[in-house]
Design a protein around this ligand. Structure first.
Ligand SMILES: *Cc1c(COP(=O)(O)O)cnc(C)c1O
Length: 398
Protein backbone atom coordinates (compact mmCIF):
# COMPACT_ATOMS: atom_id res chain seq x y z
CA UNK A 1 0.00 0.00 0.00
CA UNK A 2 1.16 3.53 -0.70
CA UNK A 3 1.93 5.19 2.63
CA UNK A 4 2.12 8.95 2.19
CA UNK A 5 0.70 11.88 4.04
CA UNK A 6 -1.71 13.85 1.91
CA UNK A 7 -4.17 16.52 2.79
CA UNK A 8 -6.33 15.85 -0.24
CA UNK A 9 -9.40 18.04 0.03
CA UNK A 10 -10.79 16.55 -3.16
CA UNK A 11 -10.41 12.98 -2.01
CA UNK A 12 -13.18 10.55 -1.16
CA UNK A 13 -15.95 12.96 -0.17
CA UNK A 14 -19.43 12.62 1.19
CA UNK A 15 -22.66 13.64 -0.47
CA UNK A 16 -26.15 13.02 0.73
CA UNK A 17 -24.93 10.89 3.61
CA UNK A 18 -22.80 8.23 1.92
CA UNK A 19 -19.10 7.91 1.22
CA UNK A 20 -18.23 8.59 -2.39
CA UNK A 21 -15.64 6.53 -4.22
CA UNK A 22 -14.24 8.86 -6.89
CA UNK A 23 -13.36 7.66 -10.37
CA UNK A 24 -9.73 8.80 -9.98
CA UNK A 25 -7.53 10.57 -7.46
CA UNK A 26 -4.01 11.89 -8.04
CA UNK A 27 -1.38 10.95 -5.47
CA UNK A 28 0.19 14.27 -4.51
CA UNK A 29 1.73 14.84 -1.09
CA UNK A 30 4.28 16.90 0.87
CA UNK A 31 7.15 15.93 -1.47
CA UNK A 32 5.41 17.60 -4.42
CA UNK A 33 4.25 20.60 -2.37
CA UNK A 34 7.76 21.18 -0.98
CA UNK A 35 9.33 20.86 -4.42
CA UNK A 36 6.95 23.46 -5.88
CA UNK A 37 7.58 25.79 -2.92
CA UNK A 38 11.34 25.62 -3.42
CA UNK A 39 10.96 26.57 -7.07
CA UNK A 40 8.71 29.51 -6.23
CA UNK A 41 11.37 30.82 -3.85
CA UNK A 42 14.26 30.12 -6.27
CA UNK A 43 13.47 32.99 -8.63
CA UNK A 44 13.37 30.86 -11.81
CA UNK A 45 9.83 29.68 -12.47
CA UNK A 46 9.46 28.76 -16.15
CA UNK A 47 11.30 26.41 -18.56
CA UNK A 48 14.48 26.55 -16.51
CA UNK A 49 16.64 24.07 -14.62
CA UNK A 50 13.72 22.04 -13.25
CA UNK A 51 12.27 21.52 -16.72
CA UNK A 52 15.70 20.42 -18.03
CA UNK A 53 16.09 17.97 -15.12
CA UNK A 54 12.55 16.62 -15.58
CA UNK A 55 13.29 16.03 -19.28
CA UNK A 56 16.55 14.17 -18.50
CA UNK A 57 14.87 11.99 -15.88
CA UNK A 58 11.84 11.23 -18.04
CA UNK A 59 14.08 10.33 -21.01
CA UNK A 60 16.09 7.97 -18.78
CA UNK A 61 12.93 6.37 -17.40
CA UNK A 62 11.47 5.49 -20.81
CA UNK A 63 14.84 4.86 -22.45
CA UNK A 64 14.45 7.69 -24.98
CA UNK A 65 17.42 9.64 -26.40
CA UNK A 66 15.44 12.92 -26.21
CA UNK A 67 12.54 14.27 -24.14
CA UNK A 68 11.01 17.73 -24.54
CA UNK A 69 8.55 19.10 -21.96
CA UNK A 70 5.53 21.15 -23.04
CA UNK A 71 2.34 22.64 -21.61
CA UNK A 72 0.14 19.53 -22.08
CA UNK A 73 -0.25 16.48 -24.31
CA UNK A 74 -2.50 18.26 -26.79
CA UNK A 75 0.31 20.72 -27.58
CA UNK A 76 2.76 17.80 -27.65
CA UNK A 77 0.68 16.04 -30.32
CA UNK A 78 0.37 19.24 -32.32
CA UNK A 79 4.14 19.83 -32.20
CA UNK A 80 4.71 16.23 -33.28
CA UNK A 81 2.62 16.81 -36.42
CA UNK A 82 4.18 20.25 -37.02
CA UNK A 83 7.75 18.94 -36.65
CA UNK A 84 6.97 16.24 -39.22
CA UNK A 85 5.72 18.97 -41.57
CA UNK A 86 2.15 17.67 -41.67
CA UNK A 87 -0.43 20.22 -42.81
CA UNK A 88 -3.07 21.12 -45.37
CA UNK A 89 -3.97 18.33 -47.79
CA UNK A 90 -2.40 15.60 -45.68
CA UNK A 91 -4.28 12.72 -44.10
CA UNK A 92 -3.53 11.30 -40.66
CA UNK A 93 -4.95 7.94 -39.66
CA UNK A 94 -6.10 7.53 -36.08
CA UNK A 95 -8.99 6.23 -34.01
CA UNK A 96 -12.26 8.03 -33.42
CA UNK A 97 -12.44 6.13 -30.11
CA UNK A 98 -10.19 8.49 -28.12
CA UNK A 99 -10.29 11.72 -26.21
CA UNK A 100 -11.20 14.39 -28.79
CA UNK A 101 -7.78 16.07 -28.56
CA UNK A 102 -6.35 13.26 -30.73
CA UNK A 103 -8.57 14.33 -33.64
CA UNK A 104 -8.41 18.07 -32.88
CA UNK A 105 -4.64 18.36 -33.30
CA UNK A 106 -4.87 16.90 -36.80
CA UNK A 107 -7.56 19.44 -37.70
CA UNK A 108 -5.58 22.27 -36.12
CA UNK A 109 -2.66 21.48 -38.42
CA UNK A 110 -5.01 21.75 -41.41
CA UNK A 111 -4.82 18.01 -42.10
CA UNK A 112 -7.69 15.49 -42.30
CA UNK A 113 -8.23 12.87 -39.62
CA UNK A 114 -9.08 9.45 -41.07
CA UNK A 115 -10.76 7.30 -38.46
CA UNK A 116 -10.33 3.54 -38.34
CA UNK A 117 -12.09 1.14 -36.01
CA UNK A 118 -10.76 -0.46 -32.86
CA UNK A 119 -10.30 -4.01 -31.68
CA UNK A 120 -12.95 -4.53 -28.98
CA UNK A 121 -10.63 -6.72 -26.91
CA UNK A 122 -7.97 -4.05 -26.32
CA UNK A 123 -9.96 -0.88 -27.22
CA UNK A 124 -7.01 0.03 -29.45
CA UNK A 125 -6.62 0.63 -33.19
CA UNK A 126 -7.34 -2.54 -35.16
CA UNK A 127 -4.16 -2.92 -37.19
CA UNK A 128 -5.92 -5.28 -39.61
CA UNK A 129 -7.89 -2.23 -40.81
CA UNK A 130 -4.91 0.04 -41.34
CA UNK A 131 -4.04 -0.88 -44.90
CA UNK A 132 -7.52 -0.08 -46.28
CA UNK A 133 -7.32 3.45 -44.82
CA UNK A 134 -4.01 4.36 -46.44
CA UNK A 135 -4.04 6.62 -49.50
CA UNK A 136 -1.33 8.54 -51.35
CA UNK A 137 -2.11 11.46 -49.00
CA UNK A 138 -1.52 9.54 -45.77
CA UNK A 139 1.44 11.07 -43.94
CA UNK A 140 1.17 9.69 -40.41
CA UNK A 141 -0.62 7.39 -38.01
CA UNK A 142 -1.44 8.52 -34.49
CA UNK A 143 -1.50 5.29 -32.48
CA UNK A 144 -3.28 5.73 -29.16
CA UNK A 145 -2.30 3.58 -26.17
CA UNK A 146 -5.84 3.86 -24.89
CA UNK A 147 -6.35 3.84 -21.11
CA UNK A 148 -2.66 2.88 -20.78
CA UNK A 149 -2.97 -0.36 -22.77
CA UNK A 150 -0.18 -0.55 -25.35
CA UNK A 151 -1.28 -0.57 -28.97
CA UNK A 152 0.07 -3.44 -31.13
CA UNK A 153 3.16 -1.50 -32.20
CA UNK A 154 4.87 -4.41 -33.97
CA UNK A 155 1.94 -4.85 -36.36
CA UNK A 156 1.35 -1.11 -36.73
CA UNK A 157 4.98 -0.22 -37.43
CA UNK A 158 5.26 -3.01 -40.01
CA UNK A 159 2.39 -1.45 -42.02
CA UNK A 160 3.68 2.11 -41.54
CA UNK A 161 7.21 1.26 -42.69
CA UNK A 162 5.89 -0.56 -45.75
CA UNK A 163 4.09 2.64 -46.81
CA UNK A 164 6.71 5.14 -45.60
CA UNK A 165 4.34 6.72 -43.07
CA UNK A 166 5.42 8.35 -39.79
CA UNK A 167 4.15 6.94 -36.48
CA UNK A 168 3.18 9.20 -33.58
CA UNK A 169 2.19 7.52 -30.32
CA UNK A 170 -0.55 9.20 -28.30
CA UNK A 171 0.83 7.91 -25.02
CA UNK A 172 -1.18 10.45 -22.98
CA UNK A 173 -2.35 7.71 -20.61
CA UNK A 174 0.62 5.35 -20.92
CA UNK A 175 3.47 6.59 -18.68
CA UNK A 176 4.75 3.45 -16.97
CA UNK A 177 3.20 0.97 -19.43
CA UNK A 178 5.42 -1.57 -21.14
CA UNK A 179 5.43 -3.55 -24.37
CA UNK A 180 7.38 -6.64 -25.36
CA UNK A 181 9.24 -6.00 -28.59
CA UNK A 182 11.71 -8.50 -30.05
CA UNK A 183 11.54 -10.53 -26.85
CA UNK A 184 12.34 -7.61 -24.49
CA UNK A 185 10.06 -5.63 -22.19
CA UNK A 186 10.42 -1.97 -23.07
CA UNK A 187 8.75 1.15 -21.66
CA UNK A 188 6.21 2.96 -23.82
CA UNK A 189 7.95 6.15 -24.94
CA UNK A 190 11.27 4.68 -26.09
CA UNK A 191 9.65 5.54 -28.54
CA UNK A 192 8.68 2.64 -30.81
CA UNK A 193 7.23 4.96 -33.41
CA UNK A 194 8.94 8.22 -34.39
CA UNK A 195 7.53 10.33 -31.57
CA UNK A 196 5.62 9.58 -28.36
CA UNK A 197 3.48 12.18 -26.54
CA UNK A 198 2.58 12.00 -22.84
CA UNK A 199 0.10 13.84 -20.62
CA UNK A 200 0.47 14.83 -16.97
CA UNK A 201 -3.17 15.83 -16.51
CA UNK A 202 -4.62 14.80 -13.10
CA UNK A 203 -6.62 11.97 -14.74
CA UNK A 204 -3.39 10.26 -15.80
CA UNK A 205 -1.16 8.04 -13.64
CA UNK A 206 1.28 10.85 -12.76
CA UNK A 207 0.43 14.54 -12.84
CA UNK A 208 1.90 18.02 -12.86
CA UNK A 209 -1.56 19.69 -12.91
CA UNK A 210 -1.17 20.31 -16.62
CA UNK A 211 1.85 19.12 -18.58
CA UNK A 212 3.11 17.11 -21.52
CA UNK A 213 6.25 15.48 -22.90
CA UNK A 214 7.49 14.47 -26.34
CA UNK A 215 10.09 11.73 -26.70
CA UNK A 216 12.03 10.80 -29.82
CA UNK A 217 15.25 9.18 -30.97
CA UNK A 218 15.62 11.79 -33.73
CA UNK A 219 17.79 14.76 -32.68
CA UNK A 220 16.46 16.90 -35.53
CA UNK A 221 12.83 16.37 -34.45
CA UNK A 222 13.78 17.21 -30.86
CA UNK A 223 15.44 20.44 -32.07
CA UNK A 224 12.22 21.37 -33.89
CA UNK A 225 10.07 20.70 -30.79
CA UNK A 226 12.32 23.02 -28.75
CA UNK A 227 12.16 25.74 -31.38
CA UNK A 228 8.39 25.51 -31.82
CA UNK A 229 7.55 25.41 -28.11
CA UNK A 230 9.00 28.85 -27.50
CA UNK A 231 8.04 31.12 -30.38
CA UNK A 232 10.72 29.81 -32.78
CA UNK A 233 13.36 31.56 -30.68
CA UNK A 234 16.94 30.68 -31.66
CA UNK A 235 18.42 30.90 -28.14
CA UNK A 236 16.70 29.49 -25.04
CA UNK A 237 16.40 31.82 -22.03
CA UNK A 238 18.70 29.67 -19.89
CA UNK A 239 21.51 30.10 -22.42
CA UNK A 240 21.16 33.91 -22.54
CA UNK A 241 20.91 34.07 -18.77
CA UNK A 242 24.08 32.04 -18.28
CA UNK A 243 26.15 33.89 -20.90
CA UNK A 244 28.79 36.53 -20.13
CA UNK A 245 28.37 37.85 -23.68
CA UNK A 246 25.36 39.80 -24.91
CA UNK A 247 23.30 37.51 -27.14
CA UNK A 248 20.66 38.75 -29.62
CA UNK A 249 18.10 36.06 -30.34
CA UNK A 250 16.31 35.45 -33.62
CA UNK A 251 12.87 34.03 -34.36
CA UNK A 252 13.49 31.40 -37.00
CA UNK A 253 9.96 30.06 -37.51
CA UNK A 254 6.52 31.15 -36.35
CA UNK A 255 6.29 29.07 -33.22
CA UNK A 256 4.03 28.86 -30.18
CA UNK A 257 4.18 29.33 -26.44
CA UNK A 258 3.87 25.75 -25.19
CA UNK A 259 6.29 26.06 -22.27
CA UNK A 260 6.08 24.10 -19.04
CA UNK A 261 6.74 25.94 -15.77
CA UNK A 262 9.48 24.93 -13.33
CA UNK A 263 6.87 24.41 -10.59
CA UNK A 264 5.20 21.79 -12.79
CA UNK A 265 8.54 20.17 -13.62
CA UNK A 266 9.59 20.01 -9.95
CA UNK A 267 6.29 18.29 -9.12
CA UNK A 268 6.80 16.00 -12.11
CA UNK A 269 10.23 14.90 -10.86
CA UNK A 270 8.67 13.78 -7.57
CA UNK A 271 5.88 12.02 -9.46
CA UNK A 272 8.46 10.17 -11.58
CA UNK A 273 10.00 8.79 -8.37
CA UNK A 274 6.59 7.42 -7.45
CA UNK A 275 5.75 6.01 -10.89
CA UNK A 276 7.05 2.42 -10.46
CA UNK A 277 5.17 2.06 -7.16
CA UNK A 278 2.01 3.66 -8.59
CA UNK A 279 2.01 1.29 -11.56
CA UNK A 280 2.67 -1.75 -9.35
CA UNK A 281 -0.24 -0.72 -7.13
CA UNK A 282 -2.58 -0.18 -10.08
CA UNK A 283 -1.63 -3.55 -11.54
CA UNK A 284 -2.52 -5.18 -8.21
CA UNK A 285 -5.85 -3.33 -8.17
CA UNK A 286 -6.59 -4.43 -11.75
CA UNK A 287 -5.90 -8.07 -11.00
CA UNK A 288 -8.03 -7.83 -7.84
CA UNK A 289 -10.84 -6.40 -9.98
CA UNK A 290 -10.41 -9.34 -12.36
CA UNK A 291 -10.91 -11.69 -9.40
CA UNK A 292 -13.91 -10.02 -7.78
CA UNK A 293 -15.69 -9.25 -11.07
CA UNK A 294 -14.79 -12.52 -12.78
CA UNK A 295 -17.96 -14.36 -11.80
CA UNK A 296 -20.44 -11.71 -12.95
CA UNK A 297 -22.44 -13.14 -15.81
CA UNK A 298 -22.27 -11.18 -19.06
CA UNK A 299 -19.67 -8.66 -17.86
CA UNK A 300 -16.63 -8.37 -20.17
CA UNK A 301 -13.41 -7.64 -18.31
CA UNK A 302 -10.50 -5.81 -19.95
CA UNK A 303 -7.97 -7.92 -21.80
CA UNK A 304 -4.20 -7.58 -21.58
CA UNK A 305 -2.32 -9.22 -24.47
CA UNK A 306 0.70 -11.37 -23.54
CA UNK A 307 3.01 -8.72 -25.04
CA UNK A 308 1.55 -5.81 -23.04
CA UNK A 309 1.81 -4.55 -19.46
CA UNK A 310 -0.72 -1.80 -18.90
CA UNK A 311 -0.31 0.86 -16.21
CA UNK A 312 -4.12 0.56 -15.84
CA UNK A 313 -4.73 4.27 -16.14
CA UNK A 314 -8.38 3.21 -16.50
CA UNK A 315 -10.17 -0.06 -15.80
CA UNK A 316 -12.92 -0.54 -18.36
CA UNK A 317 -15.68 -3.17 -18.29
CA UNK A 318 -18.31 -3.89 -20.95
CA UNK A 319 -21.90 -4.35 -19.85
CA UNK A 320 -24.23 -6.99 -21.32
CA UNK A 321 -26.52 -5.70 -24.16
CA UNK A 322 -29.70 -5.92 -22.14
CA UNK A 323 -28.50 -3.36 -19.57
CA UNK A 324 -28.94 0.40 -19.76
CA UNK A 325 -25.53 2.04 -19.42
CA UNK A 326 -26.85 5.31 -17.99
CA UNK A 327 -29.09 3.72 -15.38
CA UNK A 328 -26.36 1.31 -14.24
CA UNK A 329 -24.07 4.31 -13.80
CA UNK A 330 -26.78 6.33 -12.01
CA UNK A 331 -27.62 3.48 -9.65
CA UNK A 332 -23.94 3.07 -8.77
CA UNK A 333 -23.62 6.81 -8.22
CA UNK A 334 -26.63 6.71 -5.91
CA UNK A 335 -24.62 4.24 -3.83
CA UNK A 336 -21.63 6.58 -3.83
CA UNK A 337 -19.67 4.90 -6.63
CA UNK A 338 -18.50 7.24 -9.41
CA UNK A 339 -18.05 5.73 -12.87
CA UNK A 340 -17.56 7.14 -16.38
CA UNK A 341 -18.93 5.88 -19.65
CA UNK A 342 -16.56 4.24 -22.13
CA UNK A 343 -14.10 6.30 -24.17
CA UNK A 344 -15.90 8.76 -26.46
CA UNK A 345 -16.05 8.57 -30.26
CA UNK A 346 -14.93 11.82 -31.90
CA UNK A 347 -16.97 11.16 -35.07
CA UNK A 348 -20.15 11.44 -33.00
CA UNK A 349 -19.31 14.97 -31.85
CA UNK A 350 -20.33 18.00 -33.96
CA UNK A 351 -16.83 18.95 -35.25
CA UNK A 352 -16.33 15.50 -36.83
CA UNK A 353 -19.88 14.39 -37.63
CA UNK A 354 -19.42 15.46 -41.28
CA UNK A 355 -16.01 13.83 -41.75
CA UNK A 356 -16.31 11.80 -44.94
CA UNK A 357 -13.01 9.92 -44.91
CA UNK A 358 -14.42 7.54 -42.39
CA UNK A 359 -14.44 3.78 -42.17
CA UNK A 360 -16.81 1.40 -40.45
CA UNK A 361 -16.65 2.39 -36.76
CA UNK A 362 -19.12 -0.05 -35.25
CA UNK A 363 -16.72 -1.49 -32.67
CA UNK A 364 -15.80 2.04 -31.53
CA UNK A 365 -19.47 2.94 -31.09
CA UNK A 366 -20.19 -0.31 -29.28
CA UNK A 367 -17.27 0.33 -26.92
CA UNK A 368 -18.56 3.81 -26.08
CA UNK A 369 -22.15 2.67 -25.61
CA UNK A 370 -21.58 -0.51 -23.64
CA UNK A 371 -18.51 0.22 -21.51
CA UNK A 372 -18.07 1.89 -18.18
CA UNK A 373 -14.88 2.85 -16.36
CA UNK A 374 -14.65 1.81 -12.71
CA UNK A 375 -12.80 3.75 -10.00
CA UNK A 376 -9.07 3.03 -9.88
CA UNK A 377 -6.38 4.99 -8.03
CA UNK A 378 -3.40 4.10 -5.86
CA UNK A 379 -5.04 5.01 -2.53
CA UNK A 380 -8.10 2.86 -3.26
CA UNK A 381 -8.77 0.03 -0.82
CA UNK A 382 -9.48 -3.54 -1.87
CA UNK A 383 -12.56 -3.45 0.39
CA UNK A 384 -13.95 -0.74 -1.87
CA UNK A 385 -13.31 -2.95 -4.88
CA UNK A 386 -15.38 -5.70 -3.28
CA UNK A 387 -18.11 -3.15 -2.55
CA UNK A 388 -18.11 -2.04 -6.19
CA UNK A 389 -18.21 -5.64 -7.40
CA UNK A 390 -21.20 -6.39 -5.18
CA UNK A 391 -23.06 -3.28 -6.35
CA UNK A 392 -22.37 -4.10 -9.99
CA UNK A 393 -23.41 -7.72 -9.53
CA UNK A 394 -26.76 -6.59 -8.10
CA UNK A 395 -27.25 -4.26 -11.08
CA UNK A 396 -26.65 -7.03 -13.59
CA UNK A 397 -28.83 -9.66 -11.95
CA UNK A 398 -31.52 -10.78 -14.36
C1 LIG B 1 -5.77 13.05 -21.84
C2 LIG B 1 -5.58 12.72 -23.24
C3 LIG B 1 -5.10 13.67 -24.17
C4 LIG B 1 -4.93 15.12 -23.82
O1 LIG B 1 -3.95 15.35 -22.85
P1 LIG B 1 -3.84 16.83 -22.21
O2 LIG B 1 -2.56 16.77 -21.43
O3 LIG B 1 -5.03 17.02 -21.34
O4 LIG B 1 -3.76 17.80 -23.32
C5 LIG B 1 -4.86 13.24 -25.47
N1 LIG B 1 -5.08 11.98 -25.85
C6 LIG B 1 -5.55 11.04 -24.99
C7 LIG B 1 -5.76 9.64 -25.46
C8 LIG B 1 -5.83 11.39 -23.67
O5 LIG B 1 -6.32 10.46 -22.83
Amino acid sequence: MVAVRTRARFGPSTTGGGIVIPIALPLLADDEADAAREVVLSGWVSQGPQVAAFEREFAALVGAPHACAVANCTTALQLALAALGIGTGDEVITVSHSFIATANVIRHQGATPVFVDIDLETYNLDCARLAEAITERTRAIIAVHQMGMPCDMAALIAVARRHGIAVIEDAACAAGSQIRMNGEWEPIGKPHGDIACFSFHPRKVITTGEGGMLTTADAELDRKFRLLRQHGMSVPDVVRHGSSQVIFEEYLVSGYNYRMTDMQAAIGRKQLERLPELVARRRRLASRYNEVLGNIEGLRLPFEPAWARSNWQSYCVRLPDWTNQRSVMQNLLDQGIATRRGIMCSHREPPYAQETRRHDLRQSELAQDRSILLPIYAQMSEENQVLIAEALKKELQV
